[in-house]
Ligand binder design. Structure first.
Ligand code: NAD
Length: 354
């Protein structure tokens, strides 16, 4: 029996910067969560938010997730995130991202940006006209760069391999995986899973994309709601966050949850509820580190083989987290958090002592 999560450990953000650029319509927030390990790094999301408060709340949660993710992936970065509200009026996209780039430039390297939901390589190229503290730019030659999503998908696959081996004693080729969301990461994950011989069930509101997955991978297409309670071995949430709430957790029939979406748990007690239902929940901030590893490699000038080595190591980190969870009778989510916070506080202590 696992002990319940008491106070979930977390750290307050170091800095919250809001911006409004009247000419371009760019309006949003940049959160620098922590800088103990290095500059705050994390992507830029362009999304519809009802108001500034909702945008800030989302950015705060996402930046904290980045702090944990970067620490757990052994990257020399703290956590950060930017969100931009989709303007209510017609807007010039290039001008919007140039305005955002000016904001990033003002932070003088304390925040490093890249793509996230709603933003693209072309958008980051506009940001790069105003600041050098940006990655996810068009790849040049054999160097890391470009869309980080295939690397994210590879990290998810490696974590899933370890999780299903532990939970089901099975190989991916024996299993059925439900993938929610066939965007940049979800579709790439389907390609990898199909190559491994896994059976696929998918949900995606863009019917042409869902039909392509059915055609290419023999995937069964379902509604997103039905997918969450489908009889499958693995659920891979690859759309937006908050997908695991009290209702969906109660209805879940998958044995493993392992996907790319950030902030999959809608509430703090849900990791415990999943464990009580004997569902292995692979912490999202561990599993989806592949993209930020590629971003780090691009920004810091690593080689592609170095990026690949680090992305493949997401599976080893998953195994370490599961072992720590077992030893301490805690959930994998708590174990991953504890490992990440331990690295941040170790470095902070060493800096304070120096
Ligand atoms: P994306 O915008 O390319 O894809 C999201 C997909 O989900 C879209 O195809 C959209 O139509 C679909 N979708 C939306 N609502 C849905 C619903 N209710 N049911 C099913 N599908 C739905 O985004 P992405 O880059 O593929 O990222 C997916 C998730 O992974 C996000 O939560 C993102 O924050 C996270 N993530 C992405 C990366 C990366 O490298 N891109 C890295 C880490 C984490």
């Amino acid at each position: 029996m696992l002990r319940p999560v008491q106070d979930r450990q977390s750290l307050p953000p170091e800095e919250v910067v809001t911006f409004h650029d009247r000419d371009s319509g760019a309006s949003g927030v940049i959160v620098l969560h922590s800088s103990a390990l290095g500059p705050a790094a994390g992507g830029c999301r362009l999304w519809h938010y009802p108001d500034d408060r909702a945008a800030t709340v989302d950015a705060l949660r996402l930046a904290e997730g980045m702090a944990l993710k970067n620490a757990l992936a052994d990257l020399p970065f703290g956590g950060g995130k930017a969100v931009i509200r989709v303007p209510q009026r017609p807007f010039d996209r290039a001008a919007l991202f140039r305005a955002f780039g000016r904001q990033v430039a003002e932070l003088q390297g304390r925040y490093v940006t890249a793509e996230d939901v709603g933003t693209s390589v072309a958008d980051m190229a506009e940001v790069a006209t105003r600041t050098r503290h940006v990655a996810g730019l068009p790849a040049s030659g054999q160097k890391p760069g470009g869309d980080p999503s295939p690397w994210t998908a590879l990290g998810v696959l490696e974590a899933m391999r370890v999780a299903v081996d532990r939970q089901l004693g099975a190989d991916l080729s024996d299993l059925t995986v439900a993938v929610q969301g066939l965007g940049h990461v979800g579709y790439a994950l389907c390609e990898l899973l199909h190559a491994q011989g896994a059976k696929l069930i998918v949900a995606e509101p863009r019917s042409d994309v869902a039909a392509r997955a059915a055609d290419r991978f023999g995937a069964m297409v379902m509604s997103s709601r039905a997918l969450l309670s489908a009889r499958v071995d693995v659920l891979a949430p690859c759309a937006l966050g908050g997908v695991l709430d009290a209702e969906t957790v109660a209805q879940l029939r998958a044995s493993v949850v392992c996907g790319a979406a950030n902030n999959q748990l809608a509430g703090e007690d849900l990791a415990t509820r999943l464990a009580e239902r004997d569902v292995l929940y692979a912490p999202d901030f561990l599993v989806n580190a592949g993209g930020i590893i590629n971003v780090a490699g691009e920004y810091l000038g690593w080689s592609t083989p170095e990026v690949e080595r680090r992305v493949m190591a997401v599976g080893q980190k998953m195994a370490a987290v599961l072992a720590l969870a077992d030893q301490n009778g805690i959930t994998p989510d708590e174990a991953a958090r504890a490992l990440a916070l331990e690295r941040i506080s170790q470095v902070s202590r060493a800096q304070a002592a120096a």
